[in-house]
Design a protein. Structure first.
Length: 506
């Protein structure tokens, strides 16, 4: 691909290809098809042939910004200034370029008092980069009040999806559809919202339409892969990842999904080889970070795996995957006492799966706690647990289809067997999504009472209150408490910003 682009640029500069006018026309078509890398080459070649013009430089800057090329956009802005360009449009280009180069404070300074919707979009992004989500929400709102801008609405919708406010996100997508019917952003956001709601047929319909209209863009294929993965259609997910890799083999999102596929296949060598060069930069609680630690564990680098998983556990003690892997690493490093303490909350669950029960049993035997080991063995073999797991599976399937009453009834049946924070958590979410706010709050509070220090359950108690419009002061306090417990958690930050004020967005 790089050789092809280099050859195209060389031909353009030497005059062997089409003339500048043809290159510009082709670039516009490429932009419409989201073939941004090709458009960048054609615009650069056209400018080299005919000399700088403000119109083409503005077009090139827009392409560079959409590609995330802050250095290129800053250079283009300097060329515009040499042509005598001044004013807010140039300042916005410079501000977004600064933001992409990791300078959000500079971006805010460059924007000054610009009140255009486009400026508010960049402000919101800068505030998010500075972890000031409240200021970002204010910027989104003020930008929308200033006028209709499709990219502002896109960014706000993406933020709202991250904050789990899908209804408000849908409202922004509807506005984008009016501005650019069936455009790239509208299709991708429509698909993402549908996938989040478990409406996988609708999600694939939107993503497939985007892939057909924008065949050189890897994002629709990656989105389909993620949706197939959520629906546990592994083969179809792998097929989409392979197609995306053919278009953009170095794209970090492609690599992340390749790691996900390799993890599902338990191809630990592939996981380690893919991520080894990034080890120092891996976030321990990211999917890649957890997968890398898991690969190290199964490849025999047990102490290193335990160290990474311990860091992840300190950040996310409520993550069952992290807890189980850490317990496994502790057991593998001859520390059954620590392993037993770590796995106990998972094994105690009414819907404990076989791996955690086997680990609890093994650790108990290593500690010569025979009666405890026999208890875990009996639970693992019990028909009651098998029935609970079957009910939980049916509940999840029902909730994916938005058959709320069926899912809620299944979880209530499990909950009747005894207190279980995980069952109460799932019930609270199902009740909230079905509009039963008071019951959702009661269930979330029961879960939190069982594990009071769990940031996920603190966040849940605040979230269900906020969605229901109940007890706003308590909701804010709980969302703030969760965010303070894990300041780097993006969901907590976005929830606090989204629901931190009274009322709700329309």
């Amino acid at each position: 691909m790089k050789k092809t682009l280099a050859l195209a640029l060389l031909m353009g500069l030497s005059g062997c290809g089409a003339d500048a006018t043809d290159k510009v026309a082709r670039a516009r078509e490429e932009i419409a098809r989201m073939e941004l890398a090709a458009a960048k080459v054609d615009l650069s070649a056209a400018l080299a042939e005919q000399g700088d013009s403000a119109e083409l430089l503005r077009l090139l800057a827009a392409v560079q910004l959409r590609m995330g090329d802050g250095d290129g956009a800053a250079s283009t802005a300097a060329r515009l200034e040499k042509l005598g360009e001044r004013g807010p449009e140039l300042a916005r280009i410079r501000a977004e370029a600064a933001l992409l180069r990791g300078r959000p404070d500079e971006a805010l300074t460059l924007l000054g008092k610009d009140g255009a919707p486009q400026a508010w979009r960049v402000r919101a992004a800068a505030h998010l980069a500075l972890d000031d989500t409240a200021a970002a929400v204010d910027a989104f709102r003020r930008g929308e009040a200033a006028g209709k801008d499709a990219m502002l609405l896109r960014d706000h919708a993406q933020f709202l999806i991250g904050a789990e406010d899908l209804t408000a996100a849908e409202q922004r997508v509807a506005q984008i559809q009016k501005l650019a019917p069936d455009g790239y952003d509208a299709l991708m956001l429509t698909g993402e919202i549908a996938a989040r709601r478990g409406r996988f047929d609708a999600a694939h319909s939107a993503f497939a339409k985007a892939a057909e209209r924008f065949p050189r863009a890897p994002e629709p294929l990656l989105a389909r892969a993620s949706a197939f993965e959520r629906a546990e259609q592994k083969d179809k997910a792998a097929e989409m990842v392979a197609k995306a890799a053919a278009l953009a083999p170095e794209d970090p999102r492609v690599i992340a999904l390749q790691v996900q596929m390799a993890t599902a296949r338990q191809d630990w060598q592939k996981v380690r080889d893919t991520l080894a060069s990034e080890e120092a930069k891996l976030d321990p609680v990211s999917d890649n970070g957890i997968a890398y630690a898991q690969a190290l564990l199964f490849l025999g680098q047990r102490e290193q795996a335990r160290s990474m998983l311990q860091r992840a556990f300190l950040r996310a003690p409520g993550n069952p995957r992290v807890r189980l892997l850490l317990a496994g690493a502790q057991m593998a490093t001859d520390d059954p006492r620590a392993a037993y303490a770590t796995v106990m909350p998972l094994a105690d669950s009414l819907i404990a799966d076989t791996p955690e029960l086997e680990l609890a049993e093994t650790a108990a035997r290593a500690l010569e706690l025979e009666s405890e080991a026999e208890r875990w063995e009996a639970k693992r073999l019990s028909s009651q647990r098998a029935q609970a797991l079957e009910l939980a599976g049916k509940a999840e399937d029902a909730l994916l289809r938005e058959q709320w009453d069926i899912g809620i009834a299944a979880y209530r049946t499990i909950a009747a067997q005894g207190d279980d924070a995980e069952i109460y958590r799932r019930l609270a979410l199902a009740l909230s999504r079905s509009g039963k706010g008071d019951e959702a709050i009661a269930m979330a509070d029961k879960a939190r009472a069982l594990v009071p220090a769990d940031a996920d359950l603190i966040h849940l108690s605040g979230y269900v209150r906020a969605v229901a419009g109940k007890e706003p002061d308590t909701a804010r306090r709980l969302l703030l408490e969760a965010s303070q417990a894990d300041p780097r958690n993006p969901v907590y930050r976005k929830s606090l910003a989204r629901w931190g004020g009274q009322g709700s967005e329309g």
